[in-house]
Design a protein around this ligand. Structure first.
Ligand SMILES: C[S@@+](CC[C@H](N)C(=O)[O-])C[C@H]1O[C@@H](n2cnc3c(N)ncnc32)[C@H](O)[C@@H]1O
Length: 310
């Protein structure tokens, strides 16, 4: 679930947020203890905004997608102040934790299926049925959209493992790639198919990525988005093998690796050193750095990677 916009109103102890999920946008409110938890995370931000505004700040409205913000000052003669893009980016390390706290309060959590683990369809499928997947952005991840708009995959044979509802698969197909998109969860694949307009041809399939280990290399491109973080970390070398085996020599793995730094999962965190260590035996790592233009709730917590299969 992503956060499209939010407004914190300190005098009313109230947050109004617009969230985005598989069913589109929805307005949500936070008050009482939930507001207090968010406000505590926002303390360093309020302090920075007050230094910037030169007056007490009563409210902050953030458009997370446009990366814009407006303040309301406790100054009757001059209340509104729109931050410039540069001012917003200078504060984004303080804004992002507030966005994450708001989203954390609003996240729909489904009960775990007893005894099921992330390597099983019965773990994931109910999350798609209940629309409870915290990973769901409702669109392709912005850093991937930016990368592929400049590196158009037209004519490439692309594989999207753990495709969920198929946002990246549709991005690639719209740009002219021939796309195979697989997921363990039958409901994910059914929803991905239902969300795909008839003019796009995508080979969606219920399949296990690990079944690709040792298969003939059939792809020029693999696109990773929140699949690596979804599998059991004990299987990460198997992920590398499966993806490398899927690619022709010289084929590309382009992806985002979630480096949120929290314990537990899924999503299970990673870091730059681990990605390098695990992928280097099969890939030449051409780019691996903190992603630019991540959606606000993942700001600073995604590594963007381009790797070439040797
Ligand atoms: C966190 S979700 C991400 C979905 C999608 N990539 C997105 O970002 O919207 C992880 C997905 O990976 C799928 N998955 C987990 N293990 C898998 C495996 N071994 N093979 C194929 N899909 C798998 C799950 O069913 C789930 O849909």
């Amino acid at each position: 679930m992503d956060l499209r916009s939010f407004k914190l109103h300190r005098p009313d102890h109230h947050v109004r947020a617009v969230v985005v999920g598989a069913r589109g946008e929805q307005g949500r409110d936070l008050e009482g203890e939930a507001y207090a938890r968010v406000d505590a995370v926002a303390e360093p931000l309020w302090a920075a905004l007050e230094r910037q505004a030169g007056a007490p700040v009563r409210a902050l409205a953030v458009d997370a997608f446009a990366r814009q913000a407006t303040l309301s000052r406790a100054d009757a003669a001059n209340p509104g102040l729109r931050l410039t893009s540069a001012e917003f980016e200078a504060l984004v390390d303080l804004v992002a934790p507030v966005a994450r706290a708001i989203r954390g309060e609003l996240l729909v959590r489904a009960p775990d299926v007893a005894g099921a683990g992330p390597g099983e369809a019965r773990f994931w499928d109910p999350l798609f049925v209940a629309n409870a997947g915290g990973w769901e952005l409702g669109r392709a991840a912005p850093p991937l959209v930016t990368w592929f708009s400049g590196h158009v995959p037209e004519g490439m044979r692309a594989l999207v493992p753990g495709c969920g509802r198929g946002h990246e698969a549709r991005l690639l197909a719209r740009l002219g790639a021939t796309v195979t998109a697989i997921d363990l969860a039958p409901t994910a694949i059914a929803q991905a198919q239902a969300m795909t307009p008839p003019e796009l041809t995508i080979a969606f399939a219920v399949a296990d990525l690990f079944a690709r280990m040792g298969s003939p290399p059939a792809f020029d491109l693999v696109v990773e988005h929140t699949c690596f973080c979804a599998i059991d970390p004990a299987r990460r070398d198997d992920y590398v093998t499966a993806v490398a085996d899927s690619l022709q020599p010289g084929g590309l793995l382009v992806g985002l690796f979630y480096a949120h730094g929290r314990p537990g999962g899924p999503p299970f965190t990673t870091d730059r050193a681990e990605v390098e260590r695990r992928f280097a035996p099969r890939f030449t790592i051409e780019q691996l750095a903190v992603a630019q233009g991540s959606t606000l709730i993942r700001h600073g917590q995604e590594l963007f990677a381009v790797m070439r299969r040797r």
